[in-house]
Each structure stands twice: as C-alpha cells, then as structure tokens.
Design a protein around this ligand. Structure first.
Ligand SMILES: Cc1cc2nc3c(=O)[nH]c(=O)nc-3n(C[C@H](O)[C@H](O)[C@H](O)COP(=O)(O)OP(=O)(O)OC[C@H]3O[C@@H](n4cnc5c(N)ncnc54)[C@H](O)[C@@H]3O)c2cc1C
Length: 292
C-alpha cells in the first residue's frame, strides 16, 4: 500500500512527489510522459530555469524525486480509479492494480487545436497560446492572432505589449465594443478567411494574400487529459478555455482524499504555477494523512 499515488509525473506531479518523499512517505508516480509543452524547445518564465529545454526541467525533477528511497515511478497510463476500503485502487494499462491511501491528480490538459492546415506541426514552435511564455522571443515583431472563439479577443488585446498585432477573426466577429477595445490597443482586424499556415508563420488567406509574422497565437479549447476523471464524478469549474477540476484551499477535490494540481486544477497554467500547485497538493495530502 502506497501512502500517495500521483497520476501524472510532470511538473505538478513531481513537485508534489518531492515534498512527500522528503516526509518519508511512500509515493508511486504513474506517468504517461505526454507533457503539454513537449513541442516547445525552450521553456520561459520559470525562475532559475528561464530558457531551458522543458524536457530537461522535467528530467531533472524526476531524477531529484527518484533519489529518495520511498519514491517509485511507473511509465504507463492510469486507466481507471476505484475507491477501496482504505483508499484507492489505480489500474494501469497492462491491468496491474496499485493501492494508495491518497490520490493526487496531476494529469494536465490536452490542447484541442483548430482544424486548420499547418497549425499542428507549428504548435509550440511558431504558434503559441501564452504570451508570457513565448511573446518576448518574438522581439517586438509582427504577431498574428488566429481567433478560435469568444476568448480570442482577450488574447489579441494582451499581445500589443509584445508586438504589432493583427487579429484574424475567422468568423468570430468582434462586437462593436470589442472593436473599440481592439482599436484602442492598436490591433488591426483582418476578416478575410484563413486557408492555411505556411513557412515559419505565414497566414495564407483565401483571397490570395499571405502576410508573414514573427509568430502566431491562438487560444485552444482544453480538456482534462484522462477520461477516468469524468467517471469519478468530481465537481468541475469552467475556465475561459474549458473545464478544470474544482479544489479547495488545500487542493482537495470534491471527493474526500483525492487532491488535484497543475493545469488540470486551474484556469490557466504555467510550469511555475504547476510546481507551486503540486507543492500545495502534497501538503494537503500529507496533512490529511497525519491529522484526519
Ligand atoms: C506549446 C506550449 C508551450 C508552453 N510553454 C511554456 C513556457 O515556456 N513556460 C511555462 O511556464 N509554461 C509553458 N507552457 C505551459 C506548461 O506546459 C504547462 O502549464 C505545464 O506543463 C503544466 O504542468 P502539469 O504538470 O500540470 O501538466 P503536464 O506538464 O501537461 O503533465 C501532465 C502529465 O500527466 C500525464 N498523464 C495524463 N493522464 C495520465 C494518466 N491517465 N496516467 C498517467 N499519466 C497521465 C501526462 O502524460 C503528462 O506527463 C506551454 C504550454 C504549451 C502548450
């Protein structure tokens, strides 16, 4: 029996694990290895690691956790979770089942990219969603925003702090108030239909024009990275880009003894926020083991 099973062994899950193994608790981390930022060559904004390869940050974290004798890591996928008399049983892909007294969900989210030719292969390379993560590197150059829904205007309104912005409406026409806001921020509005993305960040329009940019931004819809979360029936909150797991101040979910952290448990995430959130979930789970 493990004290805590953590599903998801990236920034949030590993940060949680580190606190718990340092309290000599037996921790099993189950990780499928599909980090949200896996396409990006550089991670920005995480103090002490600014500009580092995100895979290297995760690998360092993993090595730090596994240096402790009570840490165990399984590279597989958790397929289902069931309550048991003393905690939880987690079944992984090969059918093996593991038991833990507490469960921490650190499983991240999946970005649902728009069905537009040229987007998927440029995601994290020249097409981004977070200006704080990748805006500075565009050097104040021209930025295109590809609308994906109502929240895209907000993204276009932020980006003038990072460069000269063109907003491709893609059928999501701004309201007259939003047009005034975009105008006030100096954002150009381009209503022509977008055919595809070419080269580094060139937007090929249906009318034949093809403006080029230092980088492009879009706001994808997000969904929790594992379907078993829905089976657990946890209460959710609705963020601007999609649902995330509701937690209290200790990061406990609506189900007793189940904690959640990282992108799966907040409206908008980053590596730094995921690490801090993982620490909070670990402290919540540990307190519940000590005092409940
Ligand atoms: C293109 C891109 C670039 C980004 N760049 C930056 C940046 O420069 N700086 C920054 O701070 N943030 C950046 N981010 C955001 C950052 O990637 C996330 O905020 C961060 O990865 C969240 O960490 P997490 O641990 O919550 O989730 P993730 O890092 O997504 O990790 C979740 C882990 O859980 C695993 N998992 C999921 N379900 C299961 C299951 N059922 N069983 C086992 N394992 C499972 C996944 O495989 C994965 O390994 C970027 C995001 C994107 C999309």
């Amino acid at each position: 029996m493990h004290d805590v099973i953590i599903v998801g062994g990236s920034y949030a899950g590993l940060a949680a694990a580190l606190q718990l193994v340092r309290a000599r608790r037996r921790v099993l981390v189950i990780d499928a290895g599909i980090r949200r930022n896996r396409n990006a060559a550089h991670s920005h904004g995480f103090l002490g690691h600014d500009g580092r390869d995100p895979a290297e940050i995760a690998a360092r974290g993993r090595a730090e956790v596994l240096a402790y004798p009570t840490a165990k890591l399984l590279e597989t996928r958790a397929e289902s979770v069931a309550r048991t008399e003393n905690g939880f049983g987690v079944t992984v892909t090969n059918g093996e089942r593991f038991e833990g007294k507490r469960l921490i969900l650190a499983l991240g989210v999946v970005d649902e990219l728009p069905n537009l030719q040229g987007v998927a292969e440029r995601w994290g390379r020249s097409i981004f969603h977070c200006p704080y993560c990748h805006g500075y590197e565009l050097g104040g150059g021209r930025i295109g925003v590809l609308a994906t829904g109502a929240s895209s205007v907000h993204q276009a309104l932020m980006l003038p702090d990072w460069g000269e912005v063109t907003y491709f409406t893609r059928g999501f026409d701004p309201t007259s108030d939003e047009r005034k806001d975009l105008d006030r921020r100096g954002v150009a509005i381009e209503p022509a239909a977008v055919a595809k993305i070419e080269d580094h960040a060139t937007v090929r329009l249906e009318d034949g024009r093809a403006p080029s940019f230092a980088g492009l931004f879009l706001a994808p819809r997000i969904r929790i990275a594992s379907s078993f979360v829905a089976d657990l029936g946890l209460e959710m909150d609705e963020g601007p880009l999609g649902p995330f797991i509701r937690t209290d101040m200790t990061k406990e979910t609506s189900m007793h003894d189940v904690f959640a952290c990282g992108d799966a448990a907040m409206a908008a995430g980053s590596v730094a926020l995921a690490v801090g959130d993982g620490v909070r979930a670990a402290l919540g789970a540990h307190r519940s083991l000590m005092f409940r």
